[in-house]
Write a protein that binds this ligand. Sequence first.
Ligand code: ADP
Ligand code: MG
Length: 623
Amino acid sequence: MLMCISHNNNNNINDNDSLDLYSVSHKTRGRFTQFDECDKNKYIATRMSVCRGEAELIEVLGRSKRLLFEEFLNMYRDEVLRMSARTAFPEGWLATLKYIPVQSCFHARQTCLLCFPSTVYQQCWCHRMCSVVEEAKSVAGVQGSITMAREAMLQQLIKNPERLKDLVDEAKDVALLSGLVIRTKEMANSSEVVTYYPFSLFPTPVPKAAFLQALAVQTHFNTLVDKISQDPDFLEEALASTIQADDFTAKLFDIYRHVQQEGRSQSIVVGLLRSDYMLDQGEGKTSSLKQIEINTISVGGFGVADCLPEVHRYVLRSLGLLEESKCVPDNNITPKMCAALAKSWELYGQKKAVIMFLFEDVKTSIINHRCMEKELCNRNIPVIRRKFEEVSRRGSLDDDKKLFIDGLEVAVVYYRTGYMPEHYTEKAWDARLMMERSMAVKCPDIGTHLAGTKKVQQVLTKPGVLEKFFPDQPQVVEQIRGTFAGLYTLDMGPEGDKTVEMSLAAPDQFVLKPQREGGGNNIYGSDICQVLQRVKESTERTAYILMDKIQPAPVQNFMLRRDFPLQIKNCDSELGMYGVYVRQGKDTVMNECVGHVMRTKSSEISEGGLASGVSVMDSPLLL
Ligand code: ADP
Ligand code: MG
């Protein structure tokens, strides 16, 4: 026999000795409801007894069952006392019938699952609690109940290291099975030895509304980036001060100008973007979605993001959290990203022409490239891989500006490099210019690359700028602007001076950002003061922008990383949405949001990053 607590209201009596699962009402205090198996896993609550004291309880349950019940409640009481500060138990186990709050049913369920993992209890709780949980959700609210179940389970695992270890081992095995694989640091150039891609043991709760908001706004961001890339006046004005101070942006901009002056030779455009967000907790209780940045070149993470939902679902199911496992959304990003590349290749219209992956030092991330190559191979699209240096030595343009390398015509150049100054030598800059001038479709072209700079992100927050790109679409403007955090100019002049003052006064509230991609470049806390004190009087400061620091509410999780001790940590997560679009001249051929990624890091660390090993892959648990 098992007992649980629910909010059930039923009060009819239907005594039946064969019953094995009971529920005690929260609302009606002390009323017993019997759960009777009907078909498979579904239980119908049949009405039972009203019980207000021990005598009655014995009468209803029989002495042996009463003893079991008592035993269970004792165990359960400890759990609740330990886990929930809000739950004060009056003396005596019977009193618990009256005072156990509805959320305790989750605690009880987790307790049983963990205490008796391989016994009939687990089966009972896994399969039969569904209806109880469903009922409780309607009282606690679905959001509350899912979060509670997750939290309770985490607490239980901390208490039960053996079970935790088993679960972690299981999760790693399933991760490998699902394709969550990365080369090791020690053998970065070889796939002879691989390990699991770092990931969180649990998915992280995300309000469904915020997730849907990010999803819905993505196609507008796609359009916005595409419009910016085609607007030389805007880019010129937006980046005017930055290119004075930042050599890397200046070099990119020179290429843009060159191509504009010469006249663009290719009207097909393909964009593979990722817009990153955090949930800002702010002062109030509700969190709001705030964009960290939009990436327009070499976005990664999608191969792993495709594999992870099934791992997290497995973990939740293995703990009996069946309903919760349904709240981990699926991902199918790689095929959709490849569909966009394939579409641009098809529009190029030369069956023998190749898609060229431009790469530099892939090492551990090679498997992520391979998932795309495999997908394109399945579509019978020829793919080659080349480095800047090879393009510079062996690439050429013919009279029609068609791009050739090693005797192969290139239909699409797909950049998986070129977003950091370190990726370029003088020869590499020449190669980039040649490719940008060519007939090949570029993913991204130089204008799209520049549209992803942090300076452009800051300029977009200025009043009237979004309206210029969407003159007749105030709802679109509102949707996009709704995701903006505070961003501030450091241009020379009174506005920039104000930004300097503001950040020196409260450096912990801001992030100082140079025009760099790839992680590890931003400046936080007292370092902001150091940098700004040095550059505040010179145009050097215009290489940076200032941004409000997003303050997400920390969520506990275990981060599974090779060679790192297993510890529960307070974590912050970043949600990314992938967008793809293809345009030919004025015709939009494709514009979609194709999936999401979550990356989670310890809250103690300011800046996340998968490459740096700080962040792990995660999934949203939609509430
Ligand atoms: P990069 O182009 O190098 O990836 P990002 O702007 O994405 O630069 O910042 C890198 C990381 O720094 C983010 O993934 C996030 O962890 C942290 N970060 C960036 N901006 C903010 C912010 N405004 N508030 C809090 N954390 C931030
Ligand atoms: Mg980033």
